[in-house]
Design a binder for this molecule. Structure first.
Ligand SMILES: Nc1ncnc2c1ncn2[C@@H]1O[C@H](COP(=O)(O)OP(=O)(O)OP(=O)(O)O)[C@@H](O)[C@H]1O
Length: 460
């Protein structure tokens, strides 16, 4: 075995990358890295007891040349007796209808194709040719651009993909070790010369930063790889804990809003709080954080939570709003209706309220358990009743208390500011407040529940 092969074998064993008896799909562009990887796996297929298939995607970006590459890879597979799956996809065309970059689309197209081949041929493992220099470039690029910790920790050696796993056995070796291996084995890869041009960000790191790092320490890739593996281990561990915290402190409302219980949230250590906010945002943005969401936004969420003032509001990209009110924080895409309303509530009618709740009215016997969500009407009450939003100076007469300002009621019960303007208030025809559904009842509720049928109001 050559030096490279010994290193790669050790790496595969240490990370348990290959299961004996499995089938492996190798993504082969035709370039040196993936060709070397294919050569290595093919040479050792008996040792690993694996069967190989190759997948190649022609992105149709370099005219005839890229199709020739497809044929070239196909031919190698024929010579080496490996099943080949290839596809041509016009990435340029797709990019015209999309806002994503060509690189992003090419990547999506590739992974979709890999997935479809794995499904068709019942293959569980996808092997890709990323190497140690790719790892250094990736980490530095992501740190420089700014990204969440998991991404900044680099390329994963092994990660779930579709119904199987992606493995990257060459992360332990450098580009130049691969080049030596290619020469030693008389392999002839195709070279994509755009890989050398400074127009691509990655190439600038490759051409300018990597030579410097390697001149400082020729084994720099080993240290970046160790750093990546340890960071990812820590990150997965902390994320697991953060998910438990999330389940305790975040509740999902019917309309999709998320409410954060700040009392519980503050009990968690800060690294978990930070990840919990990340989980909230990932959920609300459907796993794709907007490009204009910055660390300044995250800081402002924490400011809102920490602030000594009990309430406030901030705006995040794509109209996501965060409202803080006392010990609750609501993350919502919904525009809060602040318009006052005044509704007639006739006998037997159900009212749909602007806050997404309902008011029901029915006749019957009084239920055993009546809390603040049920109000029993006095027999003398005339219909219709009225349901409206609060007005300045509103007061409710409460048994044993006297009158209380609705404003103080909201404050005492810590009702979030954004909910106060749409909270229903039920009055009689003289505008006496009978009931603030869900919160308090007035002295105007029937005092005797024992005789006959009653009109029962219910807030749901
Ligand atoms: N067009 C493609 N078809 C199939 N697999 C691909 C293709 N492009 C990339 N891959 C796979 O993804 C890996 C990483 O791709 P990336 O673009 O980062 O590297 P690359 O410079 O294309 O590598 P290589 O030297 O193998 O060409 C490759 O090593 C290969 O396994």
């Amino acid at each position: 075995m050559s030096d490279l092969e010994k290193k790669v074998k050790q790496f595969i064993d240490r990370h348990k990358l290959i299961q004996k008896g499995s089938s492996v799909l190798v993504g082969v562009s035709g370039g040196p890295d993936s060709l070397a990887l294919l050569y290595f796996l093919n040479k050792h297929k008996e040792m690993y007891d694996i069967t190989l298939t190759v997948a190649h995607v022609d992105h149709m970006l370099r005219g005839k040349q890229s199709f020739e590459e497809l044929l070239y890879v196909k031919n190698i597979c024929k010579d080496w007796d490996i099943p080949f799956e290839g596809v041509q996809v016009n990435v340029n065309e797709i990019s015209k209808e999309s806002s994503s970059s060509i690189e992003v689309i090419a990547r999506e197209v590739r992974y979709d194709f890999f997935q479809s081949v794995m499904k068709k041929r019942n293959i569980s493992t996808l092997a890709l040719g990323h190497h140690g220099d790719d790892q250094i470039e990736t980490i530095l690029m992501r740190l420089t651009r700014g990204s969440e910790l998991k991404a900044a920790a680099g390329i994963q050696v092994k990660r779930p993909f579709a119904t199987g796993t992606i493995i990257r056995p060459f992360l332990c070796v450098t580009k130049s070790e691969i080049e030596d291996y290619i020469k030693m084995n008389n392999l002839i890869p195709v070279y994509d010369h755009t890989n050398e041009e400074d127009i691509y960000t990655r190439n600038r790191y490759r051409n300018h930063i990597l030579p410097f790092l390697k001149s400082e320490n020729k084994n720099v890739h080993i240290h970046f790889q160790q750093f990546s593996e340890q960071m990812l281990e820590d990150e997965f561990f902390l994320m697991d804990l953060a998910k438990k915290t999330y389940n305790k402190v975040v509740s999902k409302e019917k309309n999709g809003d998320l409410t954060l219980n700040l009392i519980e949230f503050r009990k968690a250590p800060f690294p978990l709080q930070r990840r919990c906010i990340q989980l909230i945002l990932n959920y609300l943005y459907n796993g794709e954080l907007p490009k204009d969401l910055t660390s300044i936004h995250i800081d402002s969420i924490f400011e809102l939570i920490d602030k000594t003032k009990p309430s406030g509001q901030i705006d995040l990209p794509q109209n996501l709003k965060v409202y803080r009110s006392y010990d609750l924080c609501v993350f919502t895409f919904h525009v809060q209706t602040k318009k006052p309303y005044f509704l007639n509530w006739d006998k037997g009618k159900t009212l749909e309220l602007p806050n997404g709740r309902q008011l029901f009215m029915k006749e019957g016997s009084v239920p055993d358990d009546i809390g603040q969500n049920i109000f029993i009407l006095d027999e003398n009450t005339e219909f219709p009743l009225y349901v409206r939003t609060r007005k300045n100076g509103d007061r409710i007469r409460i048994k044993g208390v006297g009158t209380k300002k609705i404003k103080s009621l909201f404050i005492d019960l810590k009702i979030p500011h954004n909910e106060r303007d749409v909270w229903p208030i039920v009055t009689d025809q003289e505008d006496n407040i009978l009931w603030v559904p869900g919160l308090r009842k007035s002295i105007y509720e029937a005092s005797d529940f024992t005789t006959g049928e009653k009109v029962i109001l219910q807030y749901k």
